[in-house]
Write a protein that binds this ligand. Structure first.
Ligand code: CA
Length: 337
């Protein structure tokens, strides 16, 4: 067989790189949360329309065993629970979703994230959707899946879901097996194999193993599993040279903080890509770091712009996909490559 001439190799590389939107994945982090309150159906519909390949759901359970899409196990940061249900906080002052029924949670207004300073509610990110404006709700997992699957029918696209089991140990301590319920709902909605458009994610390695070895087999499905890694101290062995090959027994990919992919000590002209992506790819694991934000001050100094930050991660570090609050900016970036 004749060797491929170098100009042909160059041509192939050019063709592939011109199609980056088809090669790389865009995951809408809590929806298009840069523009609308996180985890509302409106934020998810916007992310869908902006061209995200996957849309994320953080999942927690209610008192009556429903799965709701909420980032925290408490309702205080993103709803008006303190006004609607004063007196329902625990002794630590927090309003736990697991203490409320779905019917109660449906009465809450979901809002842009806020903190309370001197008795005043101040939104966490000043240039985002204004606090207290509009009318939004906390959706259930099923409501969100039905919207995404419905849009897949009406648009002819095939956008995936990216659910996260939030704090499984807390749920178990409260008497609830959240992972089993999540996996049952995946089955009900037809996500049943590794080729289904779903990645199931968690920060809890023990739970990941339980899902893979017991829960998925007992429910009778398979789905791709993602191990989230927040920092070097979560599970130090994972970041050792053989860590990814060990993790590959349980996971199909990793979702690391992007500071584990490109060292935060990087500078313009001295980008320090860590070994993590290479080690993960050598072990057969996909890499989907988080969270890429374009808000003022959110882009690290080593990147001159949000788009440069994307270029460094997608093409210098060679990640397979990434989580972003701004799916439109990431889709446009990939389409321009
Ligand atoms: Ca998440």
């Amino acid at each position: 067989m004749r060797p491929i001439p170098s100009f042909a190799t160059f041509f192939l590389v050019t063709i592939m790189s011109s199609n980056s939107y088809a090669q790389k994945i865009v995951i809408a982090h809590r929806g298009a949360s840069g523009y609308l309150p996180e985890h509302t159906l409106e934020a998810k519909a916007m992310a869908y329309a902006q061209g995200a390949h996957y849309i994320e759901q953080d999942l927690v359970m209610t008192r009556d065993d429903n799965l709701i899409v909420l980032h925290d196990i408490t309702l205080g940061r993103t709803t008006d629970v303190d006004e609607k249900f004063p007196g329902r906080a625990r002794s630590d002052g927090l309003y736990y979703a697991i203490d409320f029924t779905l019917e109660e949670i449906r009465t809450l207004n979901a809002t842009e994230a806020f903190r309370t300073e001197n008795g005043e509610k101040v939104q966490a990110l000043g240039q985002r959707f204004p606090l207290g404006k509009g009318s939004f709700r906390v959706p259930t997992f099923q409501e969100e899946i039905e919207m995404i699957q419905g849009l897949n029918i009406s648009t002819g696209r095939d956008v995936g879901i990216y659910p996260e089991v939030k704090q499984p140990a807390f749920h178990r301590q409260e008497g609830k097996d959240i992972s089993t319920r999540v996996v049952e709902v995946l089955k009900e909605y037809g996500y049943t194999s590794k080729s289904s458009k779903v990645f199931l994610q968690t920060f809890d390695y023990e739970e990941l193993g339980l899902i893979q070895k017991e829960i998925l087999p007992s429910v009778g499905i398979e789905v791709s599993l993602i191990m989230l890694i927040g920092n070097r101290s979560d599970y130090p062995w994972m970041l050792e040279s053989d860590g990814m090959s060990k993790l590959a027994y349980s996971a199909d990919g990793i979702g690391p903080s992007y500071n584990l992919v490109v060292d935060r000590a990087s500078e313009v002209g001295d980008i320090r890509v860590t070994e993590l992506v290479t080690q993960a790819h050598d072990a057969g694991l996909a890499v989907h770091p988080y969270t890429f934000r374009a808000d003022p001050g959110a882009v690290p100094d080593y990147a001159g712009s949000f788009e440069e930050l994307l270029d460094i991660h997608y093409f210098q570090a060679n990640v397979d996909g990434l989580f972003t609050d701004f799916p439109d900016r990431v889709v446009q970036f990939l389409q321009s490559q």
